[in-house]
Write a protein that binds this ligand. Structure first.
Ligand code: GUN
Length: 280
């Protein structure tokens, strides 16, 4: 079984991006900039944002984190985004989710200029991705896609089963795999015979947030299995895939942690650079 080393593959991607940033710097005499807005003091968001900032600095991007208390007014955030939209030194804007309940998530997402939307959450980018046009691609599915392509460059006609239909992962993942000529099934909490559906997959992407949901006998021999889950349990952090069981049947499997997570962050940097290039 191939243990898909997301940490190593992400480090290689960051090395490539670092070189690209220095080339862009000589070409344009400026560097891509990423601004992250973090609202409130939720521990996971704090950790993710710190990792994003560190990675951005490591590849030589200009990075800035704007922190606001959980009670901040929605208008303060929308005004700041408007200012960042106009700021030429800012290539990409990311508002860390989840947001406090009094702030309208969709309104915030739609206030970001689509050309600076490094998350690919703006309806314009969502639409462009599903129509096959150039767009920002959400970082987590993009990271999963790059890992799958490392293992199997030719996905023509492969059967992919996606567990979870979220806007963050499941839906954009579908678009990326469709573009590669996969036959894609999206499953979710109301799917009948989830195990039977998973068993048909040459590729399984599990992104539901249910600890160790995908069992060894749900996986076809030699399938590629990508585990997006990060679940806190009594025995520590586990994914959506029962790792020990599935590792006995799969051809390749991502660990948690050290699989998809590092790729998500590297893809955010990649998206920031793409936004910079498109705007120059
Ligand atoms: N929170 C968890 N994942 C993400 C992500 O990919 N982007 C943003 N903005 N917030 C998140």
């Amino acid at each position: 079984m191939i243990l898909i080393d997301g940490k190593k593959i992400a480090a290689e991607l960051r090395e490539e991006l670092k070189i690209e940033v220095s080339e862009l710097k000589s070409k344009y005499n400026k560097i891509p900039g990423l601004t992250v807005i973090l609202i409130g003091d939720m521990a996971p968001s704090q950790i993710y944002v710190r990792m994003k900032e560190k990675a951005a600095n490591e590849v030589g991007l200009k990075s800035e984190v704007l922190r606001y208390p959980g009670e901040v007014e929605e208008k303060t955030i929308l005004d700041k985004i408007e200012e960042l939209n106009k700021d030429n030194s800012v290539s990409g804007i990311l508002v860390q989710l989840p947001l406090p309940k009094h702030i309208d998530k969709q309104k915030v997402i739609e206030s970001i200029l689509p050309s600076k939307d490094v998350d690919g959450f703006h309806p314009m980018n969502v639409g462009n991705l599903s129509s096959g046009y150039e767009s920002s691609i959400p970082c987590t599915p993009l990271g999963c896609y790059l890992l799958i392509k490392k293992i199997e460059p030719n996905l023509n006609g492969k059967k992919a089963v996606i567990v979870g239909r979220s806007n963050l992962n499941g839906k954009p993942m579908t678009q990326l795999l469709l573009k590669e000529n996969c036959t894609v099934t999206i499953t979710h909490s109301k799917t009948k015979d989830l195990k039977g559906e998973c068993l048909k997959g040459d590729i399984i992407v599990a992104a539901v947030g249910m600890p160790e949901l995908v069992k060894g006998d749900w996986v076809k021999k030699d399938a590629i299995v990508i585990d997006v889950g990060i679940n806190k349990t009594e025995k520590g952090i586990v994914g959506d895939v029962a790792f020990d069981e599935v590792s006995k049947v799969a051809k390749a499997l991502t660990p948690v942690p050290g699989g998809v997570g590092p790729m998500t962050i590297a893809c955010l940097l990649k998206n920031t650079i793409e936004c910079f290039k498109r705007s120059n």
